[in-house]
Structures are given as structure tokens and as C-alpha cells.
Design a binder for this molecule. Sequence first.
Ligand code: HEM
Length: 393
Amino acid sequence: MNNKVWQLSLLSFVVAAFTGFLYRYGMFWPLPEGIGFANIRHAHSHLMFFNWATPPLMVWMATAVVNGNEQRLSARFGACLYTMLFLGFLSYPFFLLYGYHSVPIGSASLPLAAIISGLVMITWYWFIWLYWKERKTTGDSLHLTLYDGALIALVISSLGAWGVSVFQFTDIDSPLVSSAMTHFFLGVFTEGWVVIGLLGMIWHRAGEPALPFEAWWLWLPLLFGSMLVFPFSLDRSIITPAMHLSANAGLILIGISTALHLWLFVRRKLLIGFLMKTVAVLIGLKVLFQLIAVLPFGIWPGEHGLRVLYLHLLLLGIVSPVLVEWFHPNRERAAKTIFTLTILAVLVTLLFISGYWPAQLMVPNVYHWVLVAAFLPGVPAAWLLVKAFRPES
Ligand code: HEM
């Protein structure tokens, strides 16, 4: 089952990556009738979150709690994970064509993408329930503790997303509250669920480290920090000093915990080979970026260009190569190296258009390079997908 889920996740990556490219294409040439930038962004980001970042992490978690028993894995978790992936794919055309708007069906009109997203979140709860049932029978280890922490983050993040839906039915007319809840979801989902889960995956394969401090340092600061950073995504002019202070505290907490993991990885010599060394450098840059954002240099992490760069540094630069390496261990070296290089190309071009790249060093025709780079990662991902279909894979 691991490989089937992985194939579907890789397929999602290829489709979502092409959708990201379509966004850049639309900056030069007319987009297909009825498809706007906002909807393309929704379709891209939701498919990446629903089907790329989530099911592969869950497969590793499920494998851990069934002690690697393939049959039990399929029997307990198969229906849940396939339903999750199916709904993720189903949401894609609705996000692309209608975004969060209602779709006319006969005499009614329903926000189908939002409804399907709600169903996806229900499959997350379904997974958590199955996980806890199995978890009771397993012992304790760092990776299981991290998996537990990641799933707690997933539940907490989903509350933000439900909050946005419920809020639409109240009389309170405040775009600020709705935006705060959306960004609360995004923050806890990325810094909490994805990051803690990914770190769990890394320790799962590496084995238990000898810790010179309490294990909670490796996840609790990430969990609490992820809940505090959302004010950075709001308009800077409306942030109160207390909100700014708590968001800074969130960044520091996340930075400390991530730096501790990085230090342990280096001490255990886990980050070997081009792909993992690149991941190590990007984790270092992530920590550096978050700590610089706390210092009074006037950097606002929520600014559009910087936010897009940071999100891709984390989700494309750190998460994606680790997933590829973990599902293709010791094989497809060329495809994995090219995948990593194309990701670096995307990140460099995003740095150019982040708003912080010096004008005198700007590359001529920069958006052409942004367009070319956006096309690249889908190619080695498609190659890996073909490889994943080979029976010997
Ligand atoms: C395969 C390479 C990728 C390309 C070419 C790409 C491209 C893009 C583009 C063009 C945008 C819109 C940027 C804008 O609004 O200015 C975007 C936004 C976004 N992407 Fe990606 N992306 C890639 C990978 C990923 C991955 C792996 C994830 C998550 C797992 C991801 C998550 C997001 C999110 C959440 C946004 C919305 C950002 C925001 O407006 O706050 N992307 N991406």
C-alpha cells in the first residue's frame, strides 16, 4: 500500500506543480477561459497540502504503529488513505474553476470546493482515530512522540479552517477575524503538522538519538510556536504590540526546536549525500530567516514575496526532497539529484522576486526565468512517478 499511496501523491505533485507553472504562464499569455489567478493558486496549494504533504507522512505514521506489518497496514488504513487522496483529487477541478465560490447545481448553488475540503478534514480525523487505536499497543520512542505531536497539530490547525466556515454564517462582518483564522490554520498546518511529522519521519528511519535534554524540546516549542506566528500574515498596520510580541515568541520557539534537530542530525551524521546536505542547508536558512525576522531589521515575514519564498523553502525545498528520498531510498539517484537541482532553481527565482533582492543585482527578464524554473520540478517528479510504477520499485 505504501507504494500505491506514494504513486498517487507523486501524481498530485506533478499536477500541482504544472498548476504552479500555469500561474506563471498566465503572467505572459492569456489563461484558459474562466480560470483566474486566485483559483489557480487555490487549486495548486490545496492539492499540494491535501495529497502531497499529508498522505506520505501518514503512511509512515501508520507503518510505525502497525510495526511495519504490510497486511495490517492495508487492512486498517487503506480505505481511509485512499478516500483522502480521492477527495483531494476531487477538490482540484472545483478549486480551479470556482475557487471558494458557489457552483450552480440545478436550482441550488453550493460551495463545492469548500465542502470537499471539509470532507478531506474529516478523513484526517478518521486517520487519527485509526492511529490512536493502534498506538495504544506500541511502546514509546522519539519518532512516535513526534508523530503524536504532529497529529495534535493537525487537529488544532483544522479548528482554524472550520472556524472560517462557521464564521461565514455569523453576523460578525470582520475580514480580520476570517483572515486571522485562515492564517492560524496555515501556520499550525505547516510549522506544526508538516514540520513535526517530517522530523518524526527522519528519526523514524535514523533510529533513536541519545538526547542530552528532555525530548519535549523537540516538538512542544514547534507546536506552541506554530500557534503564535499567524499575526505575521495579517496587515502590519493592524497588529498590536502584544500580537507582534507573541508572534516573535512563536518564531523563537520554532527556531530553537528546529536548530536542536539540525544539531542532532549533524552530530549523528544523518545528512549525507547531495540531497540531504541541501536539505540541511535549507533547514539552516529557515532557522536563520526566522531569527532575523525577530530582530529589528524591518523584515515582515508575511509580505507576499517573502511569504511565497519562505513557504516554498519549507514545503518544496525541505519537505519534498525528504519525501522523495524516504520513498526511494538508495535508488533513482539521478532523478533525485535533478529534482533537488530544479527545486533550487525555483527557490533562487523566488528569491529574485521576493522584494528583498538588490535591484542592481537583478537578472534581466527575471519573470522569464521564474516561468522556466516553475516548469522544471514537475519533470523529474514525473520521471520518479514512472519509476514508482515499475514492479521492482
Ligand atoms: C513544484 C514546484 C512549485 C511551483 C512551480 C509552485 C508555484 C507556485 C506559484 C506560482 C504560486 C503563486 C505565487 C503567488 O501568489 O505569487 C504558489 C503558491 C503557493 N504554493 Fe507553490 N509551487 C510549487 C511547489 C509547492 C509545494 C510543494 C507546496 C506545498 C506542499 C506549495 C504550496 C503553495 C502555497 C501554500 C501557496 C500559496 C502561497 C500564498 O499565497 O500564501 N507549492 N506556488
